[in-house]
Design a protein around this ligand. Structure first.
Ligand SMILES: *Cc1c(COP(=O)(O)O)cnc(C)c1O
Length: 426
């Protein structure tokens, strides 16, 4: 091979993986072990002191997980990645490395509902204060910045679908104020959008969704872009100040452009513990091998279904950026030219009752709370995920009574259309 970098399809299959040295196994083995034997006493000491890379205990590193970590770092164009137990664990460990009690971070208001809960409620217990800004108005982020702002957080393609974030505009603001930009790239995956190319500093994923892609395992990833300069920056003591638990080592000095990933591992996974099971890492790796094929099919199917529904008599509106005339169409063409993802919302003319009826009558679509499966999925947020909110809160979260969210799978689009038409006219 020349020094030309391999293409995305090749990386999706090969990055991080090699035939197993001791057995020749071609698929990545599941290293189902809690712990690893040291060569000798000196080796053990150097591992514990972070002077050598190697495996101690699967809460911190595991060889199956390491392949997944290298693969996602390659696909995103980051310097290093850390596999963790879930998408929420990825968000939590990221904030844990950035925030001190009393600090603030600014989050885009269009986010996965679980992230909104995590930020509004769970994080308050740590003294981490979320400040909400408007996803569609980058200047609202700049206005919210204070001396205690430690991060800006957004999604690339934002929940509940149909929203494309202007990542470059948020990055310009983040850079002007020297604050890291964290992008949740779950809905887009690196096949559609690579946030580091638009100025993000850290990428987080729920690997549960399109990366794993088959609805069979919970997992998360943190990817270090290697772009943020932590050295000497007292606002980020985890990165820039001597760590007493590692004999005074300063992570940014020792690990340079992958110090953030090291912090997630040695301060996050080691001390807080949300490790990914190697079996889940194996399933997610298998999913990633077909990510480019699946994502293209997801997007093509979603566009076909969105186009059909936008002309349907029972449908009031369809929010899918792939549709011409959609308010996010221009941003979609700029950031995600290959497709606008597979998750979107529709508003039914019949309101709440029509939403309930639709989810009850669909046969091929599964009525459940997830996205990014090979199977097509449906949920009526007002009666499920968002039912505890007041009506005005539901509407501002994009979960009004008439709203149904679809996650389009890989079935034949004609079968999905037939299922939707039958359920809408039932
Ligand atoms: C599902 C999801 C999460 C949370 O991930 P889990 O793996 O369920 O913990 C975070 N962000 C987005 C965009 C998601 O869709």
């Amino acid at each position: 091979m020349t020094d030309r970098l391999p293409g995305f399809n090749t990386l999706a299959i090969h990055a991080g993986a090699a035939p197993d040295k001791s057995t020749g196994a071609r698929a990545t083995p599941i290293y189902q072990t809690a712990s690893f034997v040291f060569d000798d006493v000196d080796h053990a000491a150097s591992l514990f002191g972070l002077q050598a890379f190697g495996n101690i205990y699967s809460r911190i590193t595991n060889p199956t997980n390491a392949v997944l970590e290298e693969r996602i770092a390659a696909l995103e164009g980051g310097t290093a990645a850390v596999a963790v137990a879930s998408g929420h664990a990825a968000e939590f460990l990221t904030m844990n490395a950035l925030m001190q009690p009393g600090d603030e971070f600014i989050a885009a208001d269009k986010l996965y509902g679980g992230s909104i809960n995590q930020f509004n409620h769970a994080y308050r217990n740590f003294g981490w204060n979320v400040v909400w800004a408007e996803t569609d108005d980058p200047s609202s982020f700049e206005r919210a910045i204070t001396p205690r702002t430690k991060a800006i957080f957004c999604e690339s393609i934002a929940n509940p679908g149909g929203v494309i974030t202007d990542i470059a505009a948020l990055s310009a603001i983040a850079k002007r104020h020297n604050i890291p930009l964290v992008v949740d790239n779950t809905m887009a995956t690196p096949y559609l959008i690579r946030p580091f190319e638009h100025g993000a500093d850290i990428v987080v994923h729920s690997a549960t969704k399109f990366l794993g892609g088959h609805g069979n395992s919970i997992g998360g990833l943190v990817v270090d872009g290697g772009t943020f300069n932590w050295a000497g920056d007292d606002r980020y003591p985890a990165l820039s100040q001597p760590r007493p638990e590692y004999a005074g080592m300063v992570l940014s000095e020792n690990f340079g452009n992958f110090a953030f990933a090291i912090a997630i591992r040695v301060l996050g996974l080691r001390d807080l513990g949300p490790a990914l099971a190697p079996f889940n890492a194996f399933l997610i790796l298998n999913g990633i091998e077909t990510l480019p094929l699946r994502m293209q099919r997801h997007c093509d199917n979603a566009l076909a279904i969105a186009t059909h529904l936008s002309g349907h008599a029972a449908v009031d509106w369809v929010s899918y950026p792939g549709l011409e005339g959609d308010p996010y169409h221009a941003l979609a063409r700029r950031y995600a030219p290959l497709g606008s993802g597979a998750v979107f919302t529709v508003g039914l003319k019949g309101g709440y009752a029509a939403g309930v009826k639709l989810v009850s009558n669909l046969q091929l679509f599964s009525h459940l709370a997830n996205i990014g499966d090979t199977r097509s999925l449906v949920i009526h947020p007002a009666s499920t995920t968002h039912r505890q909110l007041t009506d005005p809160q539901k509407i501002s979260a994009g979960a009004g009574p008439e709203v149904v969210r679809l996650s389009i799978g890989l079935e034949d689009p004609a079968d999905l259309i037939e299922d939707l038409d039958a359920a809408l006219s039932a």
